[in-house]
Design a protein around this ligand. Structure first.
Ligand code: SF4
Ligand code: SF4
Length: 480
């Protein structure tokens, strides 16, 4: 079996001692955090990422306000056990559908990762987008980047430094508050969040606690924890070694072209360099200084790499300067670099795709055949039957009606195949959009229509003449 690209062997021996897999790039020899001061990247990929991140941020912050058929775009209300995906409401009764949707999501991730590696991490993960495109840029603006930021953070503390630090952390806190509240609105809905914000906070102490908690967690992540969240907490980075193979597209250093690396001597020609056995890598470390996780891409695929493409841009700039073709660091598969093979769909990817197709089909069938209105009829707890003054028998039931649509639904009930009366207690039964209504139903039958102590009863549920469901239950009567 071929070795995983995340196995201990690097693509090519590095010029430094090969111990980079023995410790984290962000920890020193004693295990203390090594704070990173990445250089600001620039280049075609960074420009593209900026545009794409802008679009994602727009979607993320406007998402809670977007409704489809009157339902939220995305809602994961665990407290009320109500979920909405792309405007489709899922109730606990639809849990199998929700579980299937999650399974589809996971299978999709597997196929995507097997084919494109950690493209998600570098381009679309909210952590990367917020950290690199919002918080990091603010920090660069206030404190400089790379070596100048490192110098800025050295003593002494001046009044200008204190002012900049106060501004930075205030902005970080406000942004974390906005991010935390956005997440909360995906959990409880924008209307509930607005109610929390405008109402007396003493009436919502637990929600207020969640709001403060989210804010502090996000502030901690973006101000302090940073790349450690990807390395230590995110499970996706950890299980990539099981999903990636030699044909997966990753950000990779072309060691065949780059080695052996060595500094570019003034006036040196490419031919002379080649004749001396040197590769295209001039060991300038530009790819390392821009890396937000502090690693050296030339050591091969590493768990910390989030495929952010900053090193591609940095190296392309260097290649432009020395007159060599771009792409010494590029998107490529290991087979592409070793054997010049193009990116291809492997049997494993085909297998995942087949599973995904089957699951998608099942999901679509279940989704489109599920009922818009769900009804449950139960006998009222502790009640048997009652006999009226006219000698008729009464049974009391509890009925729950869930309306999964985005409009209110009037509900009518009718006895099937039996003479008798059916009465919904209270006002006419109308279930508002996306709501659950519980009511009592009284059924009255004459003794002559009973078939014994327990009589099978069928009730038709309809709305505006449209059949919704047929319910079956037992009608209790005296023993005969
Ligand atoms: S930026 Fe390119 S040339 Fe410079 S060290 Fe990195 S891989 Fe080598
Ligand atoms: S190695 Fe390159 S792609 Fe990976 S995290 Fe560092 S800069 Fe980004």
């Amino acid at each position: 079996m071929p070795a995983s690209p995340c196995s201990a062997a690097p693509l090519k021996p590095a010029s430094k001692p090969d111990d980079f897999r023995e410790h984290l790039a962000t920890a020193d020899d004693r295990g203390h955090r090594r704070w990173l001061y990445p250089q600001r990247p620039s280049g075609r990929f960074y420009t593209l990422r900026q545009w794409f991140s802008g679009f994602l941020l727009l979607v993320m912050f406007s998402g809670p306000f977007i409704k489809i058929n009157g339902n939220p775009l995305l809602l994961f209300n665990l407290l009320e056990r109500k979920f909405s995906i792309l405007g489709q409401i899922f109730w606990p009764q639809d849990f199998f559908l929700f579980a299937l949707a999650m399974l589809l999501f996971l299978t999709g991730i597997m196929i995507f990762t097997a084919a494109y590696g950690r493209l998600w991490c570098g381009w679309a993960c909210p952590q990367t987008v917020m950290m690199e495109m919002v918080f990091r840029r603010l920090e660069w603006w206030l404190e400089g980047h790379g070596a100048s930021q490192r110098a800025f953070n050295q003593p002494p503390w001046t009044s200008d430094k204190i002012r900049r630090k106060v501004i930075k952390h205030t902005l970080f806190f406000v942004l974390s508050f906005i991010v935390g509240n956005t997440l909360l609105s995906y959990l409880i809905g924008i209307e509930s969040l607005w109610q929390l914000v405008t109402d007396d906070p003493r009436n919502h102490l637990s929600s207020l606690g969640a709001m403060i908690g989210f804010t502090l967690v996000f502030y901690g992540i973006f101000a302090k924890f940073r790349e450690q969240a990807c390395t230590f907490i995110c499970p996706y980075g950890r299980f990539q070694s099981a999903l990636l193979d030699e044909n997966t597209m990753v950000v990779a250093y072309d060691h065949k072209r780059g080695e052996s690396r060595g500094p570019w001597k003034k006036g040196e020609t490419v031919t002379a360099r080649r004749e001396a056995g040197a590769g295209d890598c001039i060991d300038c470390h530009q790819c390392v200084t821009v890396c937000p996780t502090g690693i050296d891409i030339r050591n091969g695929i590493q768990m910390e790499c989030v495929n952010c493409t900053a090193c591609i841009d940095a190296c392309d700039r260097v290649m432009d300067k020395i007159g060599r073709p771009r792409g010494l660091v590029r998107y490529a598969s290991l087979n592409g670099i070793e054997r010049g093979e193009p990116l291809r769909i492997t049997p494993r990817m085909k297998g995942y795709a087949a599973i995904l197709s089957i699951l998608s089909l099942i999901f679509a069938v279940l989704l489109f055949t599920r009922s818009d209105v769900e009804t449950v009829l139960l006998r009222a707890p502790g009640s048997l039957y009652q006999t009226s003054a006219e000698g008729n028998i009464h049974n009391l039931y509890l009925m729950k009606v869930i309306n999964k649509t985005s409009h209110s639904v009037p509900v009518n009930l009718r006895l099937i195949g039996r003479e008798g009366n059916l009465k919904v207690m209270g006002p006419p039964l109308v279930v508002p959009a996306g709501q659950l209504v519980q009511t009592s139903v009284l059924v009255e039958l004459s003794p002559s229509s009973l078939t014994g102590h327990e009589t099978r009863l069928k009730i038709e549920v309809s709305s505006n003449g449209k059949h919704l469901a047929t319910l079956s239950t037992e009608f209790m009567g005296p023993r005969q």
